[in-house]
Design a protein around this ligand. Sequence first.
Ligand code: GDP
Ligand code: MG
Length: 602
Amino acid sequence: TDLSKIRNFSIIAHIDHGKSTLADRLIQRTGGLTDREMSSQVLDNMDIEKERGITIKAQTVRLEWTAADGETYTLNLMDTPGHVDFAYEVSRSLAACEGALLVVDAAQGVEAQTLANVYQSIEHDHEIVPVINKIDLPSAEPDKVKAEIEDIIGLAADDAVLASAKSGIGIDEVLQAVVDRIPPPKGDRDAPLKAMLVDSWYDPYLGVVILIRVIDGSIRKGQMVKFMAGGTQHLVDRVGAFRPKIENLPELGPGEIGFITAQIKDISQTRVGDTITDVKRPAPAPLAGFKEVQPVVFCGLFPVDAADFEKLRDSIHKLRLNDASFSFEMETSAALGFGFRCGFLGLLHLEIIQERLTREYDLDLITTAPSVVYKIHLSKSKEEGAKTIELHNPADMPDPNRIDTIEEPWIEATIYVPDEYLGAILKLCQDRRGIQKDLTYVGGRAQLRYELPLNEVVFDFYDRLKSISRGYASFDYHQIGHREGDLVKMSILVNAEPVDALSMIVHRASAETRGRGMCERLKDLIPRHLFKIPIQAAIGGKVIARETIAALRKDVTAKCYGGDISRKKKLLEKQKEGKKRMREYGSVQIPQEAFIAALRMG
Ligand code: GDP
Ligand code: MG
C-alpha cells in the first residue's frame, strides 16, 4: 500500500466519554459491519469490559474510507486499554500511531485521565485532533470544553470536531479530519524487516495472535522471523488485518498495522514492545522503548472451599493463557489452606482477574490484603553478606534485626475534583502520607498533584476518593520509584498464635490504628469459647493493640430452655458442620468466615 494513503491513529479519552461508541460508529460508517452486527459494541468484547466500560486488551481495526479528494484511504484505528494499570501497553499502542483523536465529553469536560493520556500522546509526537462528543446532551457545553482543552492541555481547539457518537452526528467530519490532519506513516520498504509487537492474545482457533506495526520492510506468510528481546524464532503462518472480522493478506508493508500468527502456544513468548525482524536479514538494532513489565501489586488468592483448589489452579492457568502480565505461584497458609500468590500490574488488574475467576469460573475466593513490592536492605549476617531483597508477601519478612532499611514504591497522583469536595480529598491524601505538589483551579474544579506511597493507595484509596466526592473525583497515577520508609510488619495473634493471612506491612505511624481496627473486628467475628481469648496486634514482640473475647459461661445447649431434645440435637449437628470450616489457633476455633470478613474490611 502507498504510504501516503495510510493513517494510523488511536482514540484517547477519559472513561465513559464515548471512546468505544465512537469507534463503533467509525466502523459502521466505513462499512465494516452491518447494523445488526453493530447492536453490541464490538471493540469491547468481554462482558466485564462492557459492564465496567473499560477496554482490557488493545485491539485494532482497519477501515477503508473515501475522502473528499475522491481517494480511498486505509485508516488503522488502534484501540488502547483504558486504565492506568496498562500504561505500558498504552504507550506501545500510541507508539504504533501517528496521531490520536482526543475525545472529550461535552458535558463533563477535561478529566484526570484525559490529561494523562494526552500528555503521553504528545510525548509520541502525535498530531492530536480534539473531538467534543455527546453534543446531543442538553447539558453539553462545547464552548466551555473547547476553552478547557486550550487552557488545561494547551491544545488549539478552534477546529475541534463536534460530534455525537450516539446519534451519529459529526462522524464523516471525524473521518475527514483523520485524513487531513494526521500525517501518513514513514518507512522503508527495502530495509530489513522491523515490526513492533503491540499486543498479543490467545485465540482458541488461531493460537497466539500478535498485533504488529511494521516500521520497515515487510512481513509475509512463510517467513522465518525472530523476536529480538525474547530471543525466539518463529515461522509466520498467517498475516492479516481485522475489519473488524479477520481478513487474510499476502503481506504487511511499512506503516501498516495488522496481525500475524506463528504457531505460538505460550503467550509469555510474545512481549509487548519487542521487535520482530527477519532471521536471514535481521535489523541491526531493535526498536527503542522495550520494557519488561513487572507486577506491582501482589495478593494471595485462596478458595473458600478447600475442595476447589484444583479448580482454582485450572482457572488461573487458563486466564494466564491470555494475560502474560499477571504472575502466580503456589502458596500455603495455615489460616486459608492452599492457594496462589498472584502479581498484578495494579489494583484494577487485580480486580479484573479476581472478578473473572469468580464470575467466569464460578469460584468463591478469599483475597488477602494486597501488598506492594518492598525493597529490603539487609545487613551482613554470619552466613552471608549484605544484600537487597524484593518482598511482596508479608509472610516472608526477614528477621527485623537484620534489616537496615526498607524502601517502598511511591506514585504521583493527579486528582480532579469539584471545589466542594476539595477539603475532604485533601484530608484523605494527608491521612495517607501524601505530599502535596501542586494545587490549581480550572473551571470550578481543582487539579491536585500528590505524591503518595503506593501502599496507602492499594487498600481502599480509590473507593474512598469516589465515595467522598460522590463519584465526581477522577484519579490517575504513575510510579515514581522507591523511597525509604519507616515500615514494620504487623502480626495479628489469636490466643497468642500469629495468623499468617492477616499480617501486613504498614507504616509505623498508622500501625496502631490499623491494628486496633483489626482486633475490634475479629472480636466480633470470632465466636466465644469456654475460655478467654486474647486478640492482639503486634510489631515484633511488642503488642500495640489488644481485645479480649470473654469466656462463654456454660454449655451452648443450656440455652435451649427445658431441654427440647430435637433442638439440642440440631444445634450440635450445626456445630459439627461448622467445625469443618474452622481453623484452630492455639485451641481457638475460628470460622473461615471470620477471616474473609476481616480481610474484606481491610
Ligand atoms: P468509553 O468508556 O470512553 O469507551 O465510553 P463508551 O463509548 O462506553 O460510552 C460511555 C457511555 O456514554 C455509554 O453509555 C454511551 O452510550 C454514552 N455515549 C457515548 N457517546 C455518546 C453521545 O454522543 N451522546 C450521548 N448522549 N451518550 C453517549
Ligand atoms: Mg470503552
